[in-house]
Design a protein around this ligand. Structure first.
Ligand SMILES: [Zn+2]
Length: 538
């Protein structure tokens, strides 16, 4: 481009030309490959306007925030079922309906819950949300009295390289364990990432206590003061759900210094001294015996069993052999419902965007003249906001066997943040081949793939926080498409008018092309990822 032989427009005109060329070249630079003819009709059918129309209903106030077990979610299920049928999808062969019903138990620990410490030196009662919180969910009240055993950090071998249960008989007793780890105790306790780390460690400790036959576990949180209590309370003082088929939780509590000092009253230890002994580098942390103390737990829990459903829609593949295998899409069509003052959490982005995204992809595959060799499965999960319950239930009771599920593409929140960028999480964990296919598909669309959260050690733990995780735990290679949290995340302000539908169209098109490619492979995806299944679900 010779700059000065241009017409009198002169410098400004040349500037504009240069800029335009740059934009055009950049655009073409991003989307460098043509879409295969065989997939083009479907590809072009993926339309931002369709998704906008669908989302206006899914995220409308009339669905009351689509809480699991609610009327709003039931209506959403009927709507999605009819839309899948309209598009030409069916239940999985052998099934009479696309709806996969399952039950959850919704419960809330009541403020009349109390805890008493009885012993020669102690006799005191403690109150919920003042001295302790109950993390466990209970489908009925618990009125029990237990002896207490101290188990250090309460972790087994592989986590801390030391088995705190060695030589301890905790059967039928309450385990007292120091909350967190040296790392969390020595760091600033309010930080979100530390809170998340605490929760992960508690999950491991509850598992270890249960495996050792303990009747329950109490985490010693020496800094559970008035400032910290609201942070703990916020997570548990609400209606929470678990799968009805899951075993009842053992009591799991976090207790502050007053409770701990009462429990330790028969020994020379206090909460602070014990934590200090366990956090300062030294050879062997002390063995502490909690003498003749009885802990009386009176947990009052209001509970209710609710029915809900996943939606499982099927599109048969064209190859007589390979059509028994499926490429699965997932999104969660539930959200958090309404708060106590009736504010509706519309969940337009979370996960209305994924819910209408996979529906639009299903319509696209059904409209495409050529069917891929393998079949396609579209699972709209319920209960995601309650702990990935719908995908936990589905992967435990799969309509198409997990062994026949060659990949799962999970879409959760794709309608916000940077217009042309999307986070890709987990694509190379179990299969580098899947990762490469996704990259190649993107050469036809031109999004910026951001891998910032693509690690098991990511402090945000996004890999563990949506439904793909339950499929990955069963060894299914997954890709998680995610556009990141934002100021309206889990707020009543996560509404339709803020959604970037053009971005959603691009993400849906990449996922469509990736699935198209995997569904037509003449072999199973190579399980040549960075991780083994055992790394994902230790
Ligand atoms: Zn979500």
């Amino acid at each position: 481009m010779a700059p000065n032989n241009l017409n009198p427009g002169g410098f400004l005109f040349r500037k504009i030309i240069v800029l335009l060329t740059l934009v055009i070249s950049t655009a073409t630079l991003h989307a460098t490959k043509p879409v295969p003819d065989a997939a083009r009709t479907g590809y072009e059918a993926i339309d931002h306007k369709d998704m906008e129309s669908l989302l206006k209903f899914i995220a409308s106030d009339e669905l009351e925030g689509r809480n699991t077990g609610s009327r709003g979610l039931k209506i959403a299920a009927k709507f999605l079922q009819s839309q899948y049928e309209l598009a030409g999808l069916t239940p999985v062969p052998g099934q009479t309906s696309m709806l996969q019903p399952f039950s959850v138990i919704e419960s809330r620990v009541q403020e009349s819950t109390s805890l008493s410490v009885r012993g020669t030196n102690a006799g005191s009662q403690f109150n919920l949300y003042k001295h302790f919180v109950v993390l466990s969910k209970h489908s009925h009240d618990v009125h029990m009295t237990y002896p207490v055993v101290f188990a250090g950090f309460g972790l087994t071998e592989e986590k801390e390289g030391k088995d705190d249960y060695q030589g301890l008989d905790v059967k039928g007793k309450i385990v007292l364990a120091i909350d967190g780890s040296r790392e969390t105790i020595q760091s600033e306790s309010g930080a979100r990432s530390i809170q998340r780390k605490l929760r992960t460690l508690r999950q491991a400790k509850a598992k270890a206590a249960r495996a050792a036959g303990a009747a329950g576990i109490i985490y010693l949180r020496h800094d559970l003061t008035e400032e910290i209590m609201p942070m703990e309370r916020r997570r548990v003082d609400r209606a929470r759900q678990r799968l009805a088929e899951d075993p009842e939780d053992i009591p799991e509590l976090v207790a502050g210094p007053e409770v701990i000092s009462a429990i330790l009253s028969g020994s020379d230890w206090t909460a602070d001294k014990l934590v200090a002994a366990y956090t300062t580098e030294q050879n062997e942390p002390p063995r502490v015996t909690v003498a003749d103390i009885q802990l009386q737990l009176d947990i009052v829990s209001l509970a209710d069993t609710k029915g809900t459903q996943n939606i499982v829609a099927f599109l048969e593949g064209s190859d007589p052999e390979l059509k028994t295998e499926v490429v699965a899409f997932g999104a969660h069509y539930d959200h958090v419902g309404m708060n106590d003052s009736g504010d509706i959490y519309n969940g337009a982005d979370d996960d209305g965007s994924g819910t209408v995204g996979i529906l639009e992809i299903a319509r696209a595959f059904a409209m495409n003249p050529e069917r891929p060799a393998r079949s396609l499965l579209f699972v709209s999960h319920a209960g995601e906001e309650k702990g990935l319950l719908g995908s936990k239930y589905y992967t435990r009771h799969p309509i198409v066997a997990m062994s026949e599920t060659v990949a799962q593409l999970n879409i959760d929140m794709i309608g916000r943040n940077t217009p042309n960028a999307i986070y890709i999480i987990g694509s190379n964990f179990l299969s580098q081949e899947l990762h490469a296919i996704n990259e190649a598909a993107n050469e036809m669309v031109g999004l910026d793939f951001d891998y910032s959260y693509n690690a098991l050690t990511d402090p945000n733990r996004f890999y563990y926080r949506s439904d793909h995780y339950n499929y990955a735990k069963h060894g299914v290679p997954i890709i998680f498409y995610f556009s990141g949290v934002h100021e309206d995340y889990h707020k009543p302000t996560d509404t339709v008018e803020k959604i970037d539908f053009v971005k959603m169209q691009k993400v849906a098109r990449v996922a469509y092309l990736t699935a198209w490619h995997v569904a037509n492979l003449d072999h199973r995806l190579a399980q040549n990822g960075l991780l083994l299944q055992s790394d994902i679900a230790p």
